[in-house]
Design a protein around this ligand. Structure first.
Ligand SMILES: Nc1nc2c(ncn2[C@@H]2O[C@H](COP(=O)(O)OP(=O)(O)OP(=O)(O)O)[C@@H](O)[C@H]2O)c(=O)[nH]1
Length: 329
């Protein structure tokens, strides 16, 4: 529940074409302790101001000559996509009350003002608005948590699969390749066993930062397990376009890590699978990259390995292999 202070600090806009009405409302609000109040006599400015300041409450006069309160609410609806208008309509016309509620106002205040009613309605509206904002933020956080790894902040497997699906759709539409690189750190268990789990966690965070730092903004870097990461590359022309970043990733992961007084080293192995060459849907592509990773581990670790292609096509596909690379046999 919002605290009394939060309610008094809420952002309020008073909209009225009559200066006396504005002064009166500002005085009422000031006397009640509201500290973040502004006003305008120009209804055409309300949407722009709300876009800029995102008010918690708009006290909106309904009868204004140029643009009336109903028209203002129409504009506000386009800004408040979720449909919650923080509008408290001010009207001297009894017949406008229901119309205002139907147009999206959450409540109304009759003119001339009954002070007690004004205070109560403003307070109640703010309480609901702030609660609504808290809930919306909580729901965004929950969504973030459901899609991200809490330790590194990277996308988790669920979000990764979604991103791969989008990448594949894009690749299919534009007739290019995409690559999935499956990374697994080498000898990570020994770091946990020797220096403790907290040290292992620090390393995982540092690795995540390095992977993100050496990937393109449009690539997805995800953590899919203990010491396992997946990187998705869109717009790949050939296997070499994935092997080159794989070499770079192997290099950055092998740089020394400083954790407290310790300087630690580790390496990574990478399996690469290409769309559409090795598989044409999400789960199969991940699986092929994982199989290639296994081959890279089997081949001695600290290397990358591409998934095996169907025999007939393989020859035309295998690119010149940089140091420490191989194709899964
Ligand atoms: N610190 C830390 N360790 C984790 C976490 N999740 C999994 N692990 C550990 O990571 C290790 C991963 O196991 P492996 O991949 O088999 O270990 P490895 O030594 O890298 O083995 P190779 O891949 O064969 O080189 C296990 O010891 C897990 O307990 C985590 O969130 N934090």
């Amino acid at each position: 529940m919002p605290s009394p202070d939060e309610i008094l600090n809420a952002k309020i806009l008073v909209v009225d074409d009559c200066a006396d009405n504005i002064d009166l409302m500002l005085e009422i609000l000031r006397d009640a302790g509201y500290s973040n109040v502004s006003s305008t006599m120009l209804p055409e400015q309300v949407c722009g101001l709300h876009r800029q300041h995102c008010y918690d409450l708009i006290l909106l006069d309904l009868q204004m000559p140029e643009l009336n309160g109903f028209q203002v609410m129409k504009g506000l609806k386009e800004i408040e996509q979720e449909g919650y208008l923080p509008v408290l309509a001010l009207t001297a016309q009894p017949s406008f009350k229901i119309a205002a509620l139907e147009a999206g106002a959450r409540d109304f205040i009759s003119k001339p003002f009954d002070l007690l009613e004004v205070h109560k309605r403003i307070h109640n509206m703010l309480e609901v608005r702030l609660l609504y904002k808290e809930l919306a933020q909580y729901s965004r956080q929950q969504q973030e948590l459901a899609l991200h790894d809490p330790l590194t902040g990277l996308p988790n497997r669920r979000l990764l699969e979604d991103r791969i699906a989008t990448t594949l759709q894009h690749a299919a539409r534009h007739q290019h390749r995409a690559a999935v690189m499956y990374l697994d750190l080498d000898g990570f268990k020994a770091i946990n066993d020797t220096h403790g789990h907290a040290c292992g966690d620090e390393i995982l965070k540092l690795v995540a930062g390095r992977l993100v730092g050496s990937s393109r903004k449009e690539d997805t870097v995800a953590r899919v397990g203990g010491d396992e990461f997946v990187i998705v590359l869109g717009e790949v022309g050939s296997l070499a376009d994935a092997q080159e970043p794989a070499c770079k990733l192997i290099e950055v992961v092998s740089e020394p890590y400083q954790v407290g007084a310790l300087t630690l080293r580790l390496s990574t192995s990478i399996g690469i699978a290409l769309y559409p060459d090795h598989a044409d849907h999400v789960a199969a592509l991940i699986q092929r990259a994982d199989e290639a990773l296994y081959e890279a581990k089997r081949g001695g670790k600290n290397r990358h390995c591409a998934a095996r292609r169907e025999a007939a096509e393989a020859e035309s596909f295998v690119a010149s292999s940089p140091v420490h690379s191989a194709s899964a046999a």
